[in-house]
Design a binder for this molecule. Structure first.
Ligand code: FA5
Length: 336
């Protein structure tokens, strides 16, 4: 029994078959247990001899099984370790890093410039109330200028904001003028039911700006826009204000900057004028101040709405605004 048992134990190749051998040899029905059970039938003087002999064999087999089990488990572990071996000297896989979208880069630059001039940066809701998008901006329900911004309505009173100007009203309402002037910019996405073409997108970006204090004039507006333009594009770029109309500013202007493509000489991009229109601006209308709880006799100032998509087009010579929204990495990775 011992010799055969040891042979079988030695020949087993995995823990499962070794367990079966253990049951066969040492289990209740195994030869040793049976032999120990039969002891009572032996003459009394033979019992201790046979008993001790059977116990010795049982212990030897049990030890052999334990040793073999440890050996098999070690072999299995070693095989697993060998299989999972990690060569720490191998070069790593290159991880492709992303980068901010080109329009976000322009917005970041604009933010830095205005933070440098003491402005705070706020963000407002893209799904906006008609109340803030229009009413508080001096555009009552029947106002014809509502058509200037074709609107995606969600309900009668809720819409996708058509401009970032509602942030003028929201910031005016909250501002505590006893603590100083209101100087705020608010970048974000806006939506219009415009037909997409190379210079128009139904979704684009604006950066709103507002500065309200005592004794603010158009000259402050022009100086602020010039500072932004010079820092963004360089000192040789000029700013020109043209009279315009917005219901929430009086007087209103549109600002042109020197055409980047031709440096002001006149080309196809600027239709020969040497200027490119980039933003709307003006002195905040007294009605806007009044509705937000600010006394227009005491306080006043300017506001502007910049289109960073147009800036990005000019800066990088992109001819089609839609390229910014197609998520084509071959296009976007140029602006790393
Ligand atoms: C406005 O949206 C006003 N809220 C701007 C303003 C703010 C005026 C504060 C006065 C005071 P306008 O619709 O012109 O104005 O848009 C402003 C800028 O957004 C434009 O100069 C242009 O750069 C950009 N823009 C307008 N429509 C589109 C469009 N469909 N696609 C891309 N850019 C556009």
């Amino acid at each position: 029994i011992k010799q055969n048992g040891l042979k079988e134990i030695d020949a087993s190749t995995d823990v499962k078959s070794l367990n079966e051998i253990r049951v066969q040899l040492l289990g209740k029905k195994g030869p040793i247990t049976q032999a120990l059970r039969g002891i009572s039938k032996l003459p009394v003087e033979e019992r201790p001899v046979v008993g001790s002999f059977a116990n010795t064999i049982r212990d030897e087999l049990a030890t052999a099984i334990t040793t073999k089990q440890t050996e098999l488990e070690n072999a299995k572990l070693n095989a697993k370790l060998a299989e999972e071996k990690l060569d720490v000297t191998l070069p790593g896989n290159q991880v492709a890093l992303g980068h901010p979208h080109v329009i976000q880069q322009i917005i970041d630059e604009i933010e830095d410039i205005f933070i440098g001039m003491g402005y705070q940066v706020l963000s407002g809701p893209e799904v906006e109330e008609d109340h803030y998008n229009f009413e508080m901006m001096n555009l009552p329900k029947d106002h014809p200028a509502r058509d200037m911004q074709d609107t995606f309505y969600i309900t009668k009173e809720i819409l996708m904001r058509t401009h970032t100007s509602p942030m003028q009203a929201r910031s005016l309402e909250k501002h505590d003028f006893s603590k100083g002037p209101l100087k705020m910019i608010s970048p974000g996405v806006v939506f219009r039911r415009d037909t997409d073409d190379p210079t128009h997108s139904h979704q684009f970006h604006q950066v709103e700006g507002i500065m309200i204090d005592k004794h603010i004039t158009m000259a402050d507006l022009k100086g602020t826009l010039e500072t932004m333009t010079h820092k963004l594009f360089g000192d040789k770029f000029k700013v020109r204000l043209r009279p315009s109309y917005f219901p929430f500013t009086e007087p209103s202007v549109e600002a042109d900057i020197t055409c980047m493509n031709c440096g002001g000489k006149g080309c196809d991009v600027c239709k020969g004028s040497g200027w490119i229109e980039v933003l709307g601006a003006g002195m905040v209308h007294p009605n806007v101040l009044k509705m937000a709880g600010v006394d227009p006799k005491e306080y006043g100032g300017f506001a502007f709405g910049v289109g960073p998509d147009r800036f990005a087009m000019l800066k990088y010579g992109v001819n089609d605004i839609r390229d910014f929204y197609l998520d084509d990495l071959r296009f976007l990775s140029q602006f790393d």
